[in-house]
Design a binder for this molecule. Structure first.
Ligand code: FES
Length: 156
């Protein structure tokens, strides 16, 4: 039995870490998917760091595990394959480009919409990768697609 889960307090189960795979495997593939306490997540290995987030895009539920990783304004982002929204791997912020309409000669600037995609914690122990779901209580847009009828993605 998982020592982090108390029989008296089953809610603690959501807070326990879950082993999702081996470090060697994700270092080869760069990404993996997993179900952690009934929540589907994608784990990326990029530039020597691990990042985990809800697998379905906050915009309309696109499959982020099928997106490309690109840098925008020096920040690594997963680009959703459906409508090309850019989500920072480190923080889950949605990035967009804006321009000052009163100054059309100005260059477009990268801006943040704030935290849109829920980020989870990745730890490595003895070659195993563990994911701990976010304990943040704020409402995140990606929660909509991580729960209820939308939560199962067909990843084949
Ligand atoms: Fe991801 Fe629209 S579903 S950009």
């Amino acid at each position: 039995m998982d020592p982090n889960v108390s029989v008296q307090n089953p809610e603690k189960k959501e807070q326990s870490s879950v082993c999702v795979g081996r470090e060697d495997d994700i270092k080869k593939s760069g990404r993996m998917t997993a179900v952690v306490h009934d929540r589907e997540v994608v784990i990326f290995y990029h530039k020597g760091e691990y990042h985990a987030m809800d697998i379905r895009c906050y915009h309309s539920g696109g499959p982020l595990h099928l997106g490309e990783i690109e840098d925008f304004d020096g920040r690594s982002c997963i680009v959703c394959p459906w409508h090309k929204y850019k989500i920072t791997l480190a923080t889950g912020e949605g990035l967009y480009q804006s321009i000052n309409p009163k100054d059309p000669s100005a260059k477009p600037k990268w801006c943040s919409k704030g935290l849109k995609q829920r980020i989870h914690t990745v730890t490595v122990d003895n070659g195993n990768i563990y994911v701990t779901l976010s304990k943040e209580t704020f409402k995140c847009d990606s929660d909509f697609y991580a729960t209820g009828d939308f939560k199962v993605i067909q990843s084949s």
